[in-house]
Write a new protein. Structure first.
Length: 309
């Protein structure tokens, strides 16, 4: 006697490349991109991209839903509590873009330390003779402060060893090697030439880096944020750049996204990227693979690798 396996409908919420998803789906899985209301109503699994909002109203449109799989770990735009109330686990994909984001931190940091935007402008503008007026720095021997010591923070620290950087780190929850450990954020800021942020966004750390904390940083320090835009008060950061107290600002994340124009964008010592450091081709493929596998695990009655709490 043959056993009939029912078809599970997966819907893509946000831009999704079918070629990255299809290899992980079985014959009884059907993927629909740009789903209609009728398809949303019968969908059992949803693959949710970073910029897509899933709130109670969206969940109302998917009454048959059994699992949400978020491509990434940030759930700012997903109402996890409401999904949990409805018995819908929110699968996340930690670790899939760790290397990409960590490399992105150093992309911004090196560009600012080596003054690459300014030097590019000199060559492009035929102002070679002005090169002696530009101060170019080194990483070796400097101190890198890491606020948040999860997977990405740890990878940033690992890479720091190759540059002979000293590392100071703070995280109230993670285990940090004694040689790196600081008791509070302010201790990291006061000790560091460069600071990189790797904390989730919570009500408590909104504008974690504000006017007071910027003033506590070393004069001439560089700040990089590849975590969440609202961790930094951009008005305060702009003022610190203009005064020279802050020597550089690297931003891959903004609040909101896409951001409205801010005058800090025009500062010569600012580098900007549109929240793409964690979205390399390799990282995207790994993230989507992990999300799909997590969704299938739930539909099959198995525990997924990671679920948002």
């Amino acid at each position: 006697m043959s056993t009939t396996i029912s078809t599970h409908l997966f819907v893509g919420l946000g831009p999704l490349d079918r070629e990255l998803v299809d290899p992980y789906l079985a014959s009884h899985h059907q993927l629909v991109l740009d789903p209609t209301e009728e398809q949303l109503a019968v969908a059992e699994a949803a693959i949710v991209r970073a910029a897509f909002t899933v709130d109670a109203a969206m969940l109302d449109r998917m009454p048959a839903l059994k699992v949400l799989a978020r491509t990434g770990v940030g759930t700012d735009l997903v109402d996890v509590a409401e999904a949990r109330r409805r018995g819908i686990p929110v699968v996340i994909t930690p670790g899939t873009n760790t290397v990409s984001v960590a490399e992105g931190v150093y992309t911004h940091l090196l560009s600012l330390v080596k003054r690459l935007p300014t030097l590019t402008g000199l060559v492009r503008g035929g102002r070679w003779a002005e090169r002696g007026k530009v101060t170019v720095g080194d990483l070796e021997g400097a101190t890198l402060g890491i606020v948040g010591f999860g997977r990405i923070g740890r990878k940033v620290a690992q890479i720091a060893e190759a540059f002979d950087l000293n590392v100071r780190a703070y995280d109230p929850f993670a285990e940090i090697p004694q040689a790196y450990r600081c008791a509070e954020v302010d201790e990291v800021l006061a000790a560091s030439d460069f600071v990189t942020l790797h904390t989730p966004l919570t009500a408590e750390n909104h504008h974690l880096i504000n006017e007071t904390r910027l003033a506590a940083m070393r004069p001439g320090a560089i700040l990089v944020n590849c975590s969440r835009g609202a961790l930094i008060d951009l008005d305060a950061a702009h003022a610190a750049l203009r005064s020279g107290h802050l020597a550089g600002l690297g931003l891959d994340v903004f609040d909101p996204e896409p951001p409205a124009y801010h005058p800090v964008f025009d500062h010569a010592n600012t580098t900007l990227s549109p929240h793409l450091m964690g979205f390399t081709d390799r990282a995207t493929a790994l993230t989507i693979c992990s999300a799909v596998e997590g969704a299938i695990a739930v539909l099959d009655g198995r525990e997924p690798a990671a679920v948002a709490s």
